[in-house]
Design a protein around this ligand. Structure first.
Ligand code: G3H
Ligand code: 13P
Ligand code: ZN
Length: 298
């Protein structure tokens, strides 16, 4: 993870961090990255780990490394909710963890983050912290509105915790229903944060664009997803000169996977072999990942 973040900083690019929960996603993402010769981060939330199983996830990534020996890939815990969750991931072989203390009071956030950093250091594991609150729903945090990161406190937080990367809130939001009104992206805040901590890689969560063609396919083939809205890839790309080095994408993968399956089941109502329809979903996710990599990492 350290090398991947260093690569992004030197190249003035951002690495895509994709959430994974099954073999087909791991295969699609790593194949796309290997073919694009681009480093990537695979990440799993506590919910993802509960679904797939810790051992399966760690070994799926290990298998991907065997299949693509030249691929630079890191396995990261997304939105770790406690020291114990982070310790569990580190002990299982994750190379990086996020401790999400963004909902805590500042001093409590520092205390739990520092505890994770102290433990992670012993194993050469990197740590991502968070300041400010990102709107949307995740496993343990649900915020209706963004609470932008305060640039005045970021240096104190980074110095006292020793985090390797910092997730910030500048107007992106989690999930497929990000905005009910015009989003306010605060590039001015990003600039101020970057000026305070120029050597800390910044992380943008909630970076799905909610691909219009996938949304249309889902709704055409029996789905009903209304009022979904994401953040455009061109807006996200503007954050890269401001020090954003990791861009988190989950919802777009879910939509791509679902769109391919819905279309498949409608067009081939007599098929029932998972190898047939999962191969189609996997190929569609791979296409999406290639597009994301060329938007942010090329
Ligand atoms: O922010 C992270 C994810 O998009 C939420 O994923 O449903 O696995 O918690 P989850
Ligand atoms: P999206 O819901 O926009 O894909 O965000 C994912 C994310 O931030 C994972 O941590
Ligand atoms: Zn997130």
């Amino acid at each position: 993870m350290k090398e991947i973040l260093k690569w992004a900083t030197e190249q003035n690019r951002a690495v895509c961090a994709f959430n994974v929960t099954n073999m087909e996603l791991v295969q699609a993402i790593t194949e796309a990255a290997a073919e694009s010769n681009t480093p990537i981060i695979l990440q799993a939330t506590k919910g993802g780990i509960n679904y797939a199983g810790l051992v399966y996830l760690v070994n799926l990534v290990k298998s991907a490394r065997t299949v693509h020996p030249r691929l630079r890939v890191a396995l990261h815990l997304d939105h770790g909710d406690s020291f114990e969750t982070c310790k569990m991931a580190i002990d299982a072989g994750f190379e990086s963890v996020m401790i999400d203390g963004s909902h805590l009071a500042f001093e409590e956030n520092i205390a739990v983050t520092k505890r994770v950093v102290d433990y992670a250091r012993k194993f050469g594991v990197t740590v991502e912290g968070e300041l400010g609150q990102i709107a949307g729903i995740e496993d343990h945090v649900s915020n209706e509105r963004s609470l932008y990161t305060d640039p005045a406190v970021v240096r104190d937080y980074v110095t006292r915790t020793g985090v390797d990367a910092l997730a910030i809130s500048i107007g992106t939001a989690h999930g497929a229903f990000k905005y009910t009104s015009e989003p306010q992206f605060r590039f001015d805040i990003l600039e101020q944060i970057h000026a305070q901590i120029p050597n800390t890689p910044l992380v943008l969560h909630g970076a799905s664009s909610v691909t219009p063609s996938d949304l249309a396919t889902i709704n055409k083939f029996g789905g009903k997803i209304e009022n979904a809205r994401g953040v455009s890839e061109s807006v996200l790309a503007k954050s890269i000169p401001g020090g954003v080095r990791k861009i988190n994408i989950d919802s777009d993968l879910r939509l791509a996977f679902t769109a391919a399956l819905r279309q498949y089941f409608t067009e081939k109502p007599d098929h029932f072999d998972p190898r047939q329809y999962l191969a189609v979903a996997r190929a569609h996710v791979k296409e999406l990942v290639k597009r994301k990599l060329s938007s942010f990492s090329a």
